[in-house]
Design a protein around this ligand. Structure first.
Ligand code: SF4
Length: 217
């Protein structure tokens, strides 16, 4: 699999797929450790819920570790069926601020390995009962459900994380907790809710690299 491979089958953006939302809520159940919350998602949830991003994270997300020791946030789930913490009566209680992953479902998009401003599209192979009814062109589905700012953010974050890898490789192993905490701080928590997300994010990625450099000493 590639660096950002979702594991789902590839989808040609010019091809179409059939999809009908059955309003069953099944795609929001059995989602333990699987619904990624990106920085921009957390910012939007914080706006909707009138909390700061750290508070939203504390209440509604868990931290998982990805490749290269990079922490990521995922939505918490509740028993008995590991449903998303925001699923209420088969409806999404944060629908206007649901994550990019949720808005794109059943598709996903990740940067290609060259990071030359191209996204690779995948389509979920799960919940096959959804794949009938109306036809949707993949490219239009993405453009209708994922704003340009999200697509820009995804590419920028992947590029920034790749730039962090060589720095992280120079940090002693006993500083893993410090790496994790700097990664979380600058990607998810150091945002002023009165300012737009993206400009702060660009600034934060530079601060993250500086903070990681400090840990190599
Ligand atoms: S945020 Fe909403 S759409 Fe996404 S998994 Fe949770 S309940 Fe479902």
């Amino acid at each position: 699999m590639g660096k950002f491979d979702s594991g789902y089958p590839l989808m040609d953006p010019n091809k179409s797929f059939r999809f009908t939302c059955q309003q069953c809520g099944n795609c929001c159940r059995r989602v333990a450790n699987s619904v990624m919350v990106e920085g921009l998602d957390l910012y939007r949830l914080a706006e909707l819920l009138h909390m700061d991003m750290a508070e939203v994270s504390r209440r509604y997300t868990d931290t998982v570790m990805l490749a290269w020791g990079t922490p990521a946030l995922v939505l918490k789930v509740v028993k008995p069926d590991d449903a998303c913490v925001f699923l209420k009566d088969n409806n999404c209680s944060v629908h206007p601020a649901r994550t990019r992953a949720c808005r794109m479902y059943p598709m996903s998009a990740v940067p290609d390995e060259t990071l030359k401003d191209t996204l690779i599209f995948n389509v979920s192979g799960e919940q096959q009962h959804h794949f009938n009814g109306r036809w949707y062109r993949a490219r239009k589905w993405i453009d209708d459900n994922v704003h340009t700012v999200d697509q820009t953010y995804v590419k920028m974050e992947c590029r920034a994380l790749l730039e962090c890898v060589p720095i992280m490789n120079r940090i002693p192993h006993d500083r893993e907790d410090d790496v994790r905490s700097q990664m979380l701080r600058w990607r998810f928590f150091e945002f002023d809710m009165d300012q737009s997300f993206l400009l702060q994010f660009i600034d934060n990625m530079e601060k993250l690299k500086q903070a990681l450099e400090q840990l190599t000493i």
